[in-house]
Design a protein. Structure first.
Length: 479
């Protein structure tokens, strides 16, 4: 009985009830959300990076607000987008490497906006945003341009997503409705393949150096590089890491130029004064920090910090916001701008409201079973890889950060004095030690309670859910 009551209490806190939808067609504003997959804010010139990676975003930032301390809830696409679309945390939306699907009872932004009278369209280059994962819910149409070869051939205006948007504005757009446009651009995701000269020239001395970098690092999609780094104990040498970083910079430049072409279409077909635009990343990327590459095996800042820029009604031109924000804030900000209420399960804050100076934020990395399974069979069972077979949770309060693993690992950092997270502390200062420990304990309890609710609610998924929970490193008896 005690457990049932405790579960009910946690579920109550999670807020499983849904808010009623408005049936009245909205008058606007239009809403645009562009995700630049895998883009680290500290590599954007729009955020002060020395290299000219993002000339368009620098202009865009001057037209709106730049959020300088923004975090994701996860270091990979599916759970990060699930948080973006729902304002909820991973234990609540349940999109993970073991389920690969968002929980069916979590309302999504496109659903809410469509119910409010919006025309909703998604143009995605990342197939985690698809019918298979449930993230297509609420979109009148979803176009998946997940085709790497095609993407590499097409530049600027000719990029298939830019062409698709142009066509939608010409033929698909219904002028009597406001619209919600979602775009995911995956150009900064591994393999980093910037075009020469347009996107790579600023970061390489010659065509030969650019070609050499591509041939050395990405003869394939990047799996050979990852296998050497993670399973064979052969990390890239510093010269190759610098080549990698420069290819990444060029890849960001490419995402920037495609964003410019997309926004030219948006601005030509809507009133900027009546269109809210978010440009953000879903997570970051490792470029050699902590000996890691790509973005799935840790909760360090290189992986979790995101770019977040917003323009349109209510956002001050040229403002730079330094108070902490999270990817979950986009959902309630858009709903409140439309005078709609987020559900109680939403943990995000309305960015148009007064933001707190201190905020307890959490992020999760469930056992990366799928990522580990993508390595070649011959190395999959290696001890080098096995150390990443764990669930991680982290909590951040001010500059204090704690990361706890299901393998018993515990790391604490002062992000102010040690932004690279190189010097673990014995204990966090003041209230931060207890506050971050409690937040992680609540996160773990929420994973358990949510899975338990699914077991009770649907007997047919019982075994699958229990298996998923076990995969996460938890059992129903865990705290
Ligand atoms: Zn992603």
């Amino acid at each position: 009985m005690r457990r049932i009551l405790a579960t009910a209490l946690v579920l109550g806190l999670l807020g499983l009830a849904c808010a009623p939808e408005s049936k009245t067609p909205a008058a606007g504003p239009n809403v645009v959300v562009i995700v630049l997959d895998t883009v680290r804010p500290d590599y954007l010139s729009a955020y002060g990076a020395a290299q000219p990676t993002s000339p368009y975003l620098a202009k865009f930032a001057a037209q709106g607000t730049r959020y300088d301390r923004a975090w994701s809830t996860s270091p990979w696409t599916l759970p990060a987008h699930a948080s973006l679309f729902s304002g909820t945390l991973p234990p609540f939306h349940r999109a993970s490497q073991s389920t690969e699907h968002i929980a069916a009872d979590v309302p999504l932004l496109a659903e809410r906006l469509r119910a409010a009278g919006y025309q909703t369209v998604a143009l995605t280059n990342n197939n985690w945003i698809s019918h298979a994962t449930g993230l297509d819910r609420g979109f009148d149409s979803l176009r998946d341009d997940w085709n790497i070869r095609e993407r590499r051939r097409a530049e600027g205006e000719k990029h298939p997503t830019v062409q698709a948007l142009k066509e939608w504005f010409q033929r698909g757009r219904k002028a009597d409705k406001p619209f919600f446009l979602f775009v995911n651009l995956i150009d900064a995701h591994m393999p980093y393949l910037p075009h020469w000269p347009g996107d790579a020239r600023d970061f390489f001395g010659s065509t030969g150096q650019w070609e050499d970098a591509v041939n050395r690092l990405f003869p394939d999609t990047g799996m050979a590089l990852l296998t050497r780094n993670y399973a064979l104990g052969q990390p890239p040498e510093e010269a190759d890491l610098e080549r990698l970083r420069n290819l990444y910079r060029g890849a960001i430049h490419r995402a920037d130029s495609i964003t410019a072409a997309l926004m030219a279409q948006v601005d030509a077909n809507s009133d900027p004064a009546n269109t809210i635009v978010f440009v953000l990343s879903d997570h970051g990327e490792n470029l050699g920090e902590h000996g890691q590459l790509s973005h799935v095996f840790n909760l360090y800042e290189a992986n979790l910090r995101i770019a977040l820029l917003a323009r349109g009604p209510g956002f001050t031109a040229g403002a730079q916001e330094t108070r902490p924000v999270q990817i979950t804030d986009v959902y309630p900000t858009i709903l409140r701008a439309l005078k709609l209420e987020p559900e109680p399960g939403c943990v995000g804050l309305d960015l148009h409201g007064e933001l707190p100076a201190q905020r307890l934020l959490t992020a999760s990395l469930e056992r990366p079973v799928m990522s580990l399974g993508s390595f070649p069979e011959a190395v999959r069972q290696s001890a080098a890889l096995a150390r990443f077979d764990r669930t991680l949770e982290c909590a951040i309060l001010g500059n204090s950060k704690q990361i706890l693993g299901s393998d018993g690992s515990c790391e604490r950092y002062d992000l102010g004095a040690d932004p690279g997270e190189l010097h673990p502390l014995e204990r966090l200062p003041g209230d931060a030690e207890q506050a971050t420990s409690d937040a992680i304990a609540r996160t773990r309890a929420a994973w358990v309670a949510r899975a338990a609710a699914e077991i009770q609610g649907n007997a047919t998924t019982d075994e699958k859910t229990r298996a998923g929970l076990k995969n996460l490193g938890y059992t129903a008896d865990d705290k």
